[in-house]
Write a protein that binds this ligand. Structure first.
Ligand code: HEC
Ligand code: HEC
Length: 345
């Protein structure tokens, strides 16, 4: 039967018939019971009945209305200021709550792909490569020989830490939390959206060809904010490497982008790889940096703050936002040692 095609419809029809039947009965009973013969409403209609007289209206009735007015005024006088005092705090808490909920969703997306999640939820396994707390790790990756695609090699690729990534890259929560405003200045958002082609880091955003929408990416960044370690602690951790050996410091923080094959060289040495010879980041050798930064202090500043999207650096560099800044995790002396080393390449 078409009319009772679904349970909801059957139920709905039953409720409507019960209501309609009840209404009919009510009208009938009310008419029979009223005791007034038909036509008597001319006399008994409410607008025909006499109202209160003047004494009644201007005396107790008026007093009652005025008292109620006074009570409501007192109520507004007390509660409006209380509401007004609480409002800024309420708005702040709303923002904090909003971020906390975003970070919670981000934590779920971040965790291992094999972690249990409620039905309908997803986890994308960032933790499988970047570590449970974003401390970094290692993952297998298949390299293909550009000259002979049938030749493949499995290497172990070092995965960078994410608990310090917001010390290196710019990410303004005000702007970058809002998917509509998040542009290339939102550097971590960009990396997650487009990935790092040619490395194990895949694109995750729909714009990069991945599975995640803008909201999920912004939730992930909100989560990464919660695992971020402070600048002080990061500097204390990195102080173990000393502040004099520029070469060692370069290897620890820069070579993964500026030296070909650095991230997997423990498992496979790229033939002809040169320290600082260029890979994802440009070639820094043959006096290149002396030409780009005639003043070494400008180079120190660049390494400290990193590059910004479409901003000039050095003599003719234009930033893409992909060169991280290290001022949040390395000391001034360490950066100076790295710059001295780079200028010797
Ligand atoms: C299969 C392993 C793998 C997975 C899964 C993965 N990443 Fe990555 N990720 C990498 C590697 C490797 C790099 C560094 C690539 C390079 O050498 O430039 C990286 C780089 C990054 C960076 C830049 C860090 C920096 O300092 O250069 C961010 C941010 C990042 N990943 C976030 C994520 C997020 C968020 C997820 C989950 C949605 C994720 N990654 C999942 C392997 C992975
Ligand atoms: C995540 C990858 C990455 C890491 C890590 C990295 N760089 Fe870079 N670097 C780049 C990219 C990409 C550029 C090109 C500028 C741009 O795209 O904004 C660059 C540019 C530079 C330049 C300017 C080169 C030129 O001649 O134009 C210098 C100098 C430099 N990096 C030094 C360093 C030092 C020193 C470190 C370590 C403390 C480091 N980089 C770590 C990616 C990286």
């Amino acid at each position: 039967m078409v009319v009772a095609a679904s349970t909801q419809r059957t139920l709905g029809l039953a409720i409507v018939s019960v209501l309609f039947g009840g209404w009919l009965i009510y009208v009938l009973v009310a008419n029979l019971r009223s005791g007034h013969p038909p036509g008597s409403e001319i006399e008994t209609a409410p607008n025909r009945r006499p109202y209160f007289d003047d004494d009644q209206l201007e005396g107790p009735r008026l007093d009652r209305m005025l008292s109620w007015g006074l009570i409501s005024l007192a109520f507004i006088a007390v509660f409006l200021p209380i509401y007004w005092l609480r409002e800024p705090g309420r708005q702040k808490n709303a923002i904090v709550g909003f971020r906390q909920r975003a970070a919670k969703r981000g934590a779920e997306l971040f965790q291992s792909a094999s972690a249990p999640v409620p039905p309908g939820h997803l986890s994308f396994g960032c933790a499988d490569c970047h570590g449970n707390k974003g401390q970094g790790g290692v993952t297998n990756f298949t390299l293909t020989d550009p000259k002979d695609p049938t030749k493949v090699r499995i290497v172990q690729w070092q995965v960078p830490a994410l608990n310090t990534v917001l010390l290196r890259f710019t990410e303004d929560p005000k702007m970058c939390n809002d998917p509509l405003q998040a542009g290339p200045q939102c550097e971590v958002t960009q990396i997650i959206t487009y990935g790092r082609p040619g490395t194990p880091m895949p694109p995750w955003g729909v714009n990069g060809g991945g599975p995640m929408n803008d909201q999920q990416i912004s939730d992930l960044v909100a989560f990464i904010r919660t695992i971020k370690i402070g600048s002080k602690q990061a500097k204390a951790d990195d102080a173990k490497l000393g502040a004099t050996d520029g070469h060692a410091l370069f290897d620890a923080f820069c070579a993964r982008c500026h030296t070909k094959g650095w991230s997997y060289r423990a498992s496979y040495a790229e033939p002809g790889a040169v320290d600082g010879g260029g890979a994802f980041g440009p070639n820094l050798t043959d006096g290149d940096e002396i030409r780009q930064f005639s003043d070494p202090s400008k180079q120190v500043l660049f390494i400290t703050t990193g590059s910004d999207y479409q901003k000039l650096y050095g003599a003719r560099g234009i930033g893409s936002g992909r060169m991280p800044g290290f001022g949040g995790m390395l000391s001034a002396a360490q950066i100076k040692a790295i710059v001295d080393y780079e200028r010797s390449l």
